[in-house]
Design a binder for this molecule. Sequence first.
Ligand code: SPD
Length: 286
Amino acid sequence: MNELSDGWFSEISPMWDGVALSIEIEEHLFSWKSEFQRIDVYKTRTCGNMLVLDGIIQATELDEYAYQEMLTHIPMCAHPNPERVLVVGGGDGGVLREIGRHDCVKRIDICEIDAKVIEVSKRFMSSMAVGFDDSRVSVHIADGAEFIADRIGFYDVIIVDSSDPIGPGEALFQSPFYEKMKSALKADGVIATQGESFMLHGDVVKSLMDICGKLFKHAAYACILVPTYPGGHIGTCVCGMSRDPREPTRKLPPEIQKNLRYYNSEIHKAAFVLPQFAKRLFNRDK
Ligand code: SPD
């Protein structure tokens, strides 16, 4: 089976062997091989513009809000007063857009390895890339693990919006990176990372949860519904030392909440409720 056939794009990967989501496309708007990966943008028939890295869907204009809101507002609302925030990856700007809704934030660093992703998102995915317009944002084109190495006890919240662990995102799923993130956090800081699917990639999610469980007092997995990700869902692994991130410490003010489409305080808590197989997978079935 080919990635492009008869006007349909199919997302094929060994990470979901024998299963592929197909999306009907109207136009192949852009294709580029950067130093790190192949970047494609399609105009789809029903999902708006779609950003694809190395053949894997990163975001469609139809449903990107679900992932970006949850990956952002869960750690941001688990923290009582996040002022310094770091995004690793996230070159499309969607997570920046969501962080920017929080008035308490004073500084937002984004460390994206591939400058071309930012450039392409600004051109074709403007409803997400609007996040770069916030004056609190500083952009760093660098490797995330190297960037955080010398920032000790600096951030209130770190959000890792990575691609899958095949390709440039691989190191972001391994223990040394989590150790560095822990060092870069303040004592009461919170981390949220792209946590993959507990149904399709149990081994990857278990390994992440094991790494986090050893390093942090609190480590929990929240599920997010996203129709255009494999299996229709994805997760985020949320960790901290001083408080349980499953409980929001702040409710978003009505003027922010009214502009969101997925996140609210109820789904913050509910997203962490695990099905039995996942409790077993994470050894939390007691
Ligand atoms: N299987 C693809 C997971 C992609 C997660 N990152 C998406 C980036 C959107 N900001």
